[in-house]
Design a binder for this molecule. Structure first.
Ligand SMILES: Cc1ncc(C[n+]2csc(CCOP(=O)(O)OP(=O)(O)O)c2C)c(N)n1
Length: 370
């Protein structure tokens, strides 16, 4: 879709408004400016939208004008530093936030509907000035952001889907012997019987649905970073059932602290599989913080009973067998190469989220599902 404003125009407008450093969590609809700021060395990927606001506040307090790029699904993650840091301390960060689930929730994915319908009202309730980017009004929006800045107030520039042009296509060179998302998900599903499986937001959920739709799988299309928490709740509620969490590196990093709880109370029946492709593949393969992360050290440090790590295709079956048969809580980190051209429909394209939850509930209770 042709953007109302191109990625280059948008990025140039932010720079001439004074933005020198950018952070955030990616949204596919901001992938164009994200790539340009990243290429210029001006972007730091944050693990969560709240952390992004705090990083930007640090830059601002240090005298550098900063912006945050994010999606309104992460609005909840940033409300605390917005209301207890930016507003009371008068730190005027510019937040560029996409409006998923807006203006018509029925034309976006169902997990965005509630936030899409309420984002503007929530900002109004918090007294935070904002504007919606539309055809030809970028200069006007930034002028309003400038007025807010003079009052020491943060400003939200809300970006409808498709309002900003995209980046050049991402090309990932093939890596010999590397596993792919498809290898991991199909090998995992081949090994599951009545295991309960919770899959993280993005392409991993889509891949799991594509490989084998099953009532014992909870496709978590929203709640990024919370798959492990759901899994540990299930594992402790149902100690006789094996519970598997299929997580992404970006998602696990978003709420990494849950790993400590999972390790402490997850139980013998919890298997936490983290698929590390080093990027946020579902939103355009933007690098995550994962390349510098040592999963084996993290798993051990968090206190998982067993930690497994596998980086090549030939060792994948043994790694999954070991993860699924020994006692948990186990963290199994699988290094994969990104395959952004392999994209499948979401589970919600053919099954409603409420139905996904209901049939999962029945499967968890051991009842026959249809
Ligand atoms: C709180 C929140 N912030 C941002 C997003 C947008 N988003 C959807 S999937 C995704 C990337 C997830 O990355 P990762 O867990 O590494 O999985 P991958 O996409 O690489 O398979 C992002 C940022 C979101 N859904 N929720």
């Amino acid at each position: 879709m042709a953007g109302v404003v191109s990625a280059a125009e948008f990025t140039a407008a932010l720079r001439s408004w004074g933005v020198r450093r950018v952070t955030g969590v990616p949204c596919g609809h901001l992938a164009g400016p994200w790539a340009l700021f990243d290429r210029a060395g001006e972007l730091v990927p944050a693990v969560s939208e709240g952390a992004a606001v705090a990083i930007a506040a640090g830059w601002e307090l240090g005298g550098t004008r900063a912006a945050v790029l994010c999606q309104n699904s992460g609005f909840g993650n940033l409300v605390n530093p917005l209301t207890s840091l930016l507003v009371p301390y008068h730190v005027p960060v510019l937040v560029v936030m996409t409006l998923r689930g807006w203006p018509d929730p029925a034309r976006d994915e169902p997990q965005h509907a509630v936030m899409g319908a309420s984002t503007e009202a929530l900002l109004g309730e918090l007294g935070v000035p904002h504007a919606v980017l539309g055809d030809g009004n970028l200069a006007d929006c930034l002028a309003r952001a400038g007025e807010a800045r003079e009052r020491g107030t943060p400003f939200f520039l809300l970006v409808p889907r498709g309002a900003i042009g995209g980046p050049d296509p991402v090309v990932v060179p093939p890596v010999a012997d590397a596993c792919t998302r498809a290898d991991v998900v199909s090998a995992l599903l081949d090994r599951l019987t009545d295991h309960l499986l919770v899959t993280t937001t993005g392409y991993l959920s889509r891949q799991a649905h594509h490989e084998r739709d099953r009532p014992e799988t909870l496709y978590m299309q929203g709640s990024m970073g919370h798959a492990a928490a759901i899994g540990l709740g299930l594992a402790s509620a149902l100690p006789s059932r094996r519970v598997v969490v299929l997580d992404g590196d970006g998602a696990f990093l978003m709420h990494l602290g849950t790993g400590a709880t999972a390790a402490a109370v997850g139980g013998e029946n919890l298997v936490h599989v983290v698929v590390d492709n080093g990027c946020y593949e579902s939103t355009g393969c933007q690098p995550s913080a994962a390349p510098g992360v040592d999963w084996a050290a993290i798993g051990a440090g968090l206190g998982y009973r067993r930690v497994l790590h596998c980086a090549d295709r030939t060792r994948l079956p043994a790694a999954l067998d070991a993860a699924l048969t020994g006692p948990g809580p186990v963290l199994c980190a699988l290094q994969v190469t990104a395959t952004p051209d392999e994209v499948h429909p979401r589970a919600s394209a053919d099954t409603g989220l409420d139905t996904i939850a209901e049939r999962f509930r029945r499967a968890a209770a051991g009842r026959v599902t249809t």
